[in-house]
Structures are given as structure tokens and as C-alpha cells.
Design a protein around this ligand. Structure first.
Ligand code: FES
Length: 128
């Protein structure tokens, strides 16, 4: 059974325990529980801090989770307020789109940084 260490500044650093069979994160990468899954409603995004990194977490209507940098690489727009569909995130400031698959822009601006994210014991866990 996995536990969440709540002693850190954000919601917690995750101990993935022995039941988690996924490969370990690369050296230097830490997993952070940033919210309960229900804190990110389907079809919406929310901004969090994961290990000192500002991230935007999205739960698409199919239930999938995605995490990106919080500020748009074009001009710093608040990506957590963007519109989503199954393929892209659209920044609310100038409406450039970014593909979930690789973070690339559909309009020629720099790509997004994406972060691994998953649900673990009802929590949204982001690796930074
Ligand atoms: S700030 Fe995001 S598209 Fe311009």
C-alpha cells in the first residue's frame, strides 16, 4: 500500500511502496501528490506547485490526466484556464494550441514542458 508523506511543503512526496510495479522515476525526479483527483473536475485544469515547480494539471473528459508547465511558453498565459479537447490544450490568452502527445504547438510557438502525472490512491501525482 502506498502512502503520502505530508511533511513536505506541497501536499506531499509520494512513497510508491512495494505494490507499485511501474519503473522507478529517473534519478533527480520526485513524485508529488498535489491534489485529490476530484479537485480537478473532468474537462478542466487546475494550477498547483509540485516540488517547487508551477504546473497545470488537466483531467480530460475521458478521465485521462495531463500535466504541463503552468505558464504558457508563448507569453506566460495561465494554461490551467485553457480549453481542452482530446488532442490539444488551447491557451486562453492568445489561443495557441499545444498537443498532448508531445507538447508541440499547433501554431509555431515554442513547445510546452509536460510532466508525468498519474492517479495513485485517489491523489494526483506529478513527477518534477
Ligand atoms: S500566452 Fe499562451 S498563446 Fe500567448
Amino acid at each position: 500500500m502506498s502512502t503520502v508523506d505530508t511533511r513536505t511543503a506541497d501536499t506531499g512526496t509520494v512513497d510508491t511502496g512495494t505494490a507499485d510495479t511501474r519503473p522507478a522515476a529517473p534519478a533527480g525526479v520526485r513524485a508529488h501528490a498535489v491534489a485529490r483527483v476530484e479537485d480537478v473536475p473532468p474537462g478542466e485544469g487546475r494550477a498547483f506547485v509540485a516540488g517547487g515547480v508551477q504546473v497545470a494539471v488537466f483531467r480530460l473528459r475521458d478521465g485521462s490526466l495531463h500535466a504541463t508547465q503552468a505558464a504558457c511558453p508563448h507569453a506566460g498565459g495561465p494554461l490551467a484556464d485553457g480549453q481542452t479537447d482530446p488532442d490539444v490544450l488551447v491557451c486562453p490568452l492568445h489561443l495557441y494550441g499545444f498537443r498532448w502527445t508531445d507538447g508541440s504547438s499547433t501554431g509555431g510557438v515554442p513547445p510546452l514542458t509536460r510532466y508525468p502525472v498519474r492517479e495513485l490512491d485517489g491523489m494526483v501525482v506529478v513527477e518534477t
